[in-house]
Design a protein around this ligand. Structure first.
Ligand code: NDP
Length: 232
């Protein structure tokens, strides 16, 4: 039977590539984006794989939309939830110019919302075959890796996300659910920029291969796209 994946932030970048690759490989893809009307590339993908892809409007920061998504999913179980949507916030903001509200927006999108969405959809994941939850984290959320400073909003949001992943992995281990934080590499997207080292195709191909072979022992780990474990 075809597996089911639900992915957030599918209108561009890594989310779009995840949706494409899983649909191409015969998965049932629930692809979410906050503005479907302007998501031309995602609409084109749905037109190409109409049997495989269902589109959903989801601003991950809106609880009402999370509830509506859960309702519309009816009795569907989700093998793999990919919390992909992310927000860097304004770039180059240095200590001395930090603003509470801007930080709050980054934390909301990168930390609070993935956990709230996971909580809302959890019964569907627990009822599935694969029972896997992936969070797109970032190496810059690693405290060990932070030798450059700065990046207060984004770094702290991913560091906190990593802690969420570890707790979830412990709390859900009894139910056989696997939970991981993934670093996708420095990938050429709007966020990664054009100087990034790998293409979205390379990043997502590697991440999918890693997820495919994921073991219960790896649950709670922070994993690089090449499969190596990253320091917290
Ligand atoms: P992009 O900036 O290219 O895409 C971000 C995606 O997240 C867009 O689809 C965007 O939608 C969506 N998004 C942002 N806020 C919301 C929201 N409130 N509700 C729903 N969707 C939202 O980023 P990438 O594709 O590069 O990144 C994907 C993930 O990988 C992110 O979590 C990022 O932090 C992480 N990552 C990326 C790296 C890279 O080098 N690219 C490196 C390390 C981590 P919209 O168009 O509506 O804004």
């Amino acid at each position: 039977m075809a597996r089911t994946v639900l992915i957030t932030g599918c209108n561009r970048g890594l989310g779009l590539e995840f949706a494409y690759q899983y649909a191409r490989d015969g998965w049932h893809v629930h692809a979410c984006a906050r503005d479907l009307v302007h998501a031309e590339a995602l609409q084109a993908l749905e037109a190409r794989f109409p049997e495989q892809i269902n589109l959903h409007t989801l601003d991950v920061n809106k609880d009402g939309q999370i509830k509506a998504l859960d309702r519309v999913l009816d009795n569907i179980s989700i093998d793999l939830l990919i919390n992909n949507a992310g927000y860097y916030g304004p770039k180059g903001v240095a200590f001395g110019t930090l603003e509470r509200e801007l930080w709050r927006q980054v934390l909301e999108t990168n930390t609070l919302s993935p956990l709230m969405l996971t909580q809302a959809l959890y019964p569907r994941i627990a009822a599935s075959e694969l029972k896997t939850i992936a969070f797109l984290s970032s190496k810059v959320g690693s405290i060990t890796d932070n030798t450059a400073g700065g990046g207060y909003y984004y770094r702290s949001s991913k560091t906190a996300l990593n802690q969420v992943v570890r707790s979830l992995s412990i709390d859900l281990s009894g139910a056989g659910v696997k939970v991981v934080a993934l670093h996708p590499g420095w990938a050429q997207t709007d966020m990664g920029g054009s100087n990034a080292l790998i293409t979205p195709e390379e990043s997502v191909t590697a991440l999918r291969s890693l997820l495919n072979g994921l073991t219960q022992e790896q649950s709670g780990d922070f994993i690089n796209y090449d499969g190596s474990t990253l320091p917290w």
